[in-house]
Design a protein around this ligand. Structure first.
Ligand SMILES: [Zn+2]
Length: 229
């Protein structure tokens, strides 16, 4: 593992070679370490203009992250990443539809990103609105996609389902399931071990990301633990 890290260190970031050699688990660890730097205020001093030049010819982002549009959950900031590091798909309630599946498929199959992450967050307005049965314009259909997670959270823990944050966790699980059932491309790449799939929830009060621990603690079976299902 140490040797691999040394090789990655030598390889130029934002290069095809770097992306081809980093594993899904190493990518996950990059994100874990990035969030640790973020919450400890040890952020990397990104030279954004230099990164613009480095990435002008092509892009090799290591992960594709589906997260909420919430203004407090910008993935580059909370994972201490820079220009060219991440594909970021953002939509209220981090829900999945066919356009989002197509975007993820492009990221993993045609660019080579190694991790698919669904990132929910606490105090999510979309989830609160879904729980309140808000109906208005196109918001109605969007919130319908969150409703199954309310039922799921209720089934998982009847005492907690009233709290929106438990629905946020169920909603991430639901989106992960929809990604794997809705895309043969992603499912096949995951089953072959080419990519990892993980869920996480961001705490707007602390800045910390809660990665789904039961699936990420055991380094022995690196692919399976990232399944999250
Ligand atoms: Zn939200």
């Amino acid at each position: 593992m140490q040797l691999i890290y040394s090789l990655l260190f030598i390889m130029k970031k934002h290069s095809k070679e770097y992306l081809q050699n980093i594993s899904p688990y190493e990518t996950y660890e990059l994100l874990v370490e990035g969030n640790k730097r973020f919450i400890n205020n040890l952020k990397t001093d990104h030279d954004h203009l230099a990164l613009v030049n480095q990435t002008s010819a092509d892009q090799y982002p290591v992960a594709v992250i589906l997260s909420c549009m919430d203004s407090r959950t910008s993935v580059e900031l909370i994972f201490d990443q820079g220009i060219g590091d991440l594909f970021s798909i953002r939509v209220a309630g981090n829900i999945v539809n066919n356009d989002i599946l197509g975007s993820i498929e492009y990221a993993v199959k045609y660019v080579g990103s190694k991790v698919v992450m669904v990132l929910g967050h606490t105090e999510c307005g979309a989830i609160k609105s879904a729980k309140q049965d808000v109906t208005d314009g196109n918001i109605t259909d969007l919130l319908k996609r969150i409703k199954p997670s309310i039922s799921k959270a209720m089934l998982n823990d009847e005492t907690k389902y009233l709290f929106s944050d438990s629905v946020a966790y169920a909603n991430v699980e639901n989106s992960l399931e929809e990604i794997l059932t809705g895309s043969d491309i992603i499912k096949e790449m995951f089953e072959k071990g080419d990519i990892g799939i993980i869920g996480a929830v961001y705490d707007v009060k602390t800045g910390a990301v809660d990665f789904f621990k039961n699936l990420t603690q055991n380094k022995e079976s690196e692919q399976k633990q990232l399944a999250n299902l």
